[in-house]
Design a protein around this ligand. Structure first.
Ligand code: ADP
Ligand code: TYD
Length: 209
């Protein structure tokens, strides 16, 4: 069955404003009569919950296991028949996800070769490629300040040095995959409404009735 909904992935380092922009885009689409399912990775699933335990330091494991768990969580997110993404898209519902495989390419490639991760995610890429990936670009020092202002605890990858490496790897992955992926990079260090306007200007056309 040909899928009819659009699939948009938001990417960015921790605290870059993905959640804020997804909320705004969802509101705008729903106002225009376009149904939206909002979701995230790691997903709210048994595998996603295990990843969360690792992120908060309750469960310890190795980097290759973490990378493999993200692959498993992603495939389950796409394929499961209760709330899997293909099911929504095939019904004509648009899907916006907070993180998708570029998160793995960027975060896991700090510890593992990027090609290993891209290859491991190939089944997901072949099953479901985003119509567009929106990358919200913010300096890691700025996002760490935002995180420190808003939260008492930090997760596994939430350190400035680590996020500097991760941001670099996002751009490496975009360059590597520029022929097969549609990527929109926006400056995320300005007024949230201004960012939302630019995103709408660049991708709103996908939803013309
Ligand atoms: P993410 O989902 O990428 O972690 P959030 O949308 O949760 O990011 O934003 C992280 C924090 O930064 C929140 O406290 C949010 O209110 C704030 N924030 C989001 N966008 C901006 C922005 N453009 N400028 C300043 N602060 C922002
Ligand atoms: P997220 O739920 O976005 O963080 P939070 O709820 O704390 O804002 O993601 C949790 C962490 O998982 C985040 O640091 C990014 C990381 N991550 C990966 O390392 N690889 C992946 O493939 C994904 C989807 C997330």
């Amino acid at each position: 069955m040909a899928r009819r909904g659009s699939f948009i992935a938001f990417e960015g380092i921790d605290g870059s404003g993905k959640g804020t922009q997804i909320r705004k885009l969802k509101k705008k689409l729903e106002k225009g009569g376009f149904p939206v399912f909002r979701t995230a990775e790691p997903n709210d699933s048994p595998i996603g919950n295990l990843i969360h335990q690792i992120m908060i330091g309750r469960v310890k494991t190795t980097n290759d296991v973490i990378a493999a768990l993200f692959v498993a969580d992603r495939l389950d997110h796409i394929e499961n028949d209760v709330n899997g993404l293909l099911k929504f898209l095939n019904q004509g519902i648009n899907v916006i996800t907070d993180r998708y495989y570029f998160s793995s390419y960027a975060y896991q490639s700090v510890d593992l070769p990027m090609d290993w991760i891209i290859n491991a995610n190939r089944p997901a890429a072949e099953l479901l490629r985003p119509d567009v990936t929106v990358f919200i670009d913010v300096d890691p020092q700025v996002t760490m300040e935002r995180i420190e202002k808003n939260r008492m605890t930090k997760e596994l990858f939430e350190q400035t040095d680590r996020l500097i490496e991760t941001r670099k790897r996002y751009f490496e992955a975009f360059e590597k995959l520029k022929d097969t992926e549609k990527i929109l990079v926006v400056n995320g260090d300005r007024d949230p409404d201004e960012i939302a306007e630019e995103i709408w200007e660049k991708i709103g056309g996908m939803f013309a009735k």
